[in-house]
Design a protein. Structure first.
Length: 488
């Protein structure tokens, strides 16, 4: 509005429409390039934070900075032209007489365009907030979910050639260390098993073997991971070599076989590379179902066997209060039995967390952009509210003279934005539900899309509307009506 009067003065003294438009475009370009300069100055200090947020090592310029600078200059030019073209077109079209008499007004299409932008910005912000809430809830579900095994306080070591020849001795040495509760060997981590094998059995309804997950283990595997044997027994050293011909299956596999009592029944491996004498294996126990892969995949039929040559990992259960002492003992044992190898360990729960590194990064991004969307929405709304209050200065003064209250005026000036916010919610809720349903579809176990998720996102944005718009309109409503009418 103030710039409109300036345009009227300039046109009155001979400025052409092109000159006025050029001035506004030039100002927009200048601000855009100044912003680019400030961004380049702040980028080195912010780069470590962006690297952590992106989950990778980012560099600002690399070996050739000219390409990035040219791209930024192009972006600044396009941004300046886009930001300045509409004000330049609108203000340069004002007639001098109308602007100097304070009668110039933006066309109806301009007001509608502002409303469309507001609705779009509000809807996008609500969708981002819905995403932030859903991702956060899903990550909490993952961390607390019962996998059917206890992954906490389990130290993982990779087996090596020096330990392979003395596996039993190394295990006994570990068990004699303080703070170590149990130890076992295994072919893979039980929360990330990639191997499958074909099995056949009497009564198989299919003409080909079924593919099931499988894992090699030793006698104490179930103890280390706190896995429950629901039928039969686990592996035991009391049976010596005969135990290599037995297996333990999970509940899902037992149901697949269709036997009323699977204990003692025989299944046949479809593994030509193995000793034919070892292809037949007898079921001695049924373990409670557990998630042998991430929660992106469901529970599948699974079997476990004792087979030392395929045990690539050592799993050690440590006592939490004595974890430091236990780690020192593990390192001492490792250096004793494998002096030529580097001691390197990892806790199983840390490996579990790395399985969901992408989801954690997405959660951080949603949180950051959700916060930014709130700030940007607040700034934009404050500007729109100031513009609206400025345009309705005379109306506010007249209403106050006629007895309108401050609260009534504030409600009058705010309700239009609340109506637009309601329209944006009608767009954002279905969009948020659609996108987050697709995202959650990648998980077998997922957090529900409860109504309160959408209400919470809406409430956050409505608070922004009320605070940003209400604060500016309240100021206009409290103004002295005499000043308002004199101004007009």
């Amino acid at each position: 509005i103030q710039r409109g009067r300036e345009v009227g003065m300039r046109k009155a003294v001979g400025a052409t429409r092109g000159q006025v438009a050029g001035q506004f475009l030039g100002e927009a370009l200048l601000l855009s390039f100044l912003s680019m300069g400030l961004a380049l100055g702040a980028a080195p200090a912010l780069m470590p934070a962006f690297s952590r947020l992106a989950g990778t090592d980012l560099t600002l310029f690399g070996s050739d900075p000219s390409g990035l600078i040219g791209l930024l200059a192009l972006a600044a030019t396009v941004t300046g032209l886009l930001a300045g073209s509409y004000p330049a077109y609108l203000l340069s079209s004002f007639q001098p007489v109308e602007t100097l008499r304070h009668r110039a007004a933006a066309p109806t299409g301009a007001a509608r365009f502002r409303q469309v932008l507001f609705v779009f910005q509000f809807a996008a912000s609500v969708v981002i907030l819905i995403g932030a809430i859903v991702v956060s809830r899903q990550l909490r579900l993952i961390k607390s979910f019962d996998l059917g095994l206890d992954k906490d306080q389990v130290v993982t070591l990779e087996n090596n050639l020096q330990i392979y020849g003395q596996m039993d001795a190394f295990k006994q040495d570990l068990l004699g260390r303080p703070g170590i509760l149990a130890a076992a060997y295994g072919g893979q981590r039980p929360i990330d098993v990639g191997q499958t094998i074909g099995v056949d059995w009497d009564g198989n309804p299919e003409s080909i073997p079924a593919r099931i997950g499988y894992l090699m283990a030793d006698y104490d595997f179930f103890e280390v991971f706190g896995m429950d044997i629901v039928r039969g027994r686990g592996f035991s050293p009391d049976f010596n070599d005969a135990e290599a011909d037995t297996c333990v299956v999970n509940e899902t596999a037992a149901r697949m076989f269709g036997w009323e009592d699977p204990i003692g029944r025989t299944i046949i491996w479809s593994q030509p590379s193995m000793d034919p004498a070892r292809l037949r294996t007898r079921i001695v126990g049924v373990v409670k179902d557990f998630y042998d892969r991430s929660l992106h995949s469901g529970i599948r039929p699974f079997m476990m066997r004792v087979w030392k040559p395929w045990n690539s990992f050592i799993f050690i259960k440590v006592d939490s209060p004595r974890a430091s002492q236990a780690l020192a003992g593990i390192e001492e044992s490792f250096r004793k039995f494998a002096p030529d190898y580097t001691f390197d360990y990892e806790f199983m729960d840390d490996y579990f967390a790395r399985q969901y590194a992408d989801e954690s990064q997405q959660g951080r991004l949603f949180n950051v952009f959700g916060g930014l969307s709130l700030v940007i929405a607040a700034l934009g709304l404050f500007g729109l509210a100031a513009y609206s209050a400025e345009r309705r200065t005379k109306e506010i003064g007249v209403r106050k003279v006629l007895g309108a209250s401050v609260s009534g005026l504030t409600t009058l000036l705010t309700k239009d934005y609340l109506a637009l916010a309601g329209t944006a919610l009608l767009i954002a809720w279905p969009a948020g539900y659609y996108f987050m349903s697709r995202w959650l579809g990648g998980f077998v176990e997922r957090t529900p899309l409860s109504p309160w998720v959408f209400l919470a996102a809406a409430a956050a944005m409505l608070v922004v509307v009320v605070v940003a718009v209400g604060s500016r309109t309240l100021r206009a409503a409290r103004a002295n009506p005499v000043d308002s009418l004199r101004y007009e």
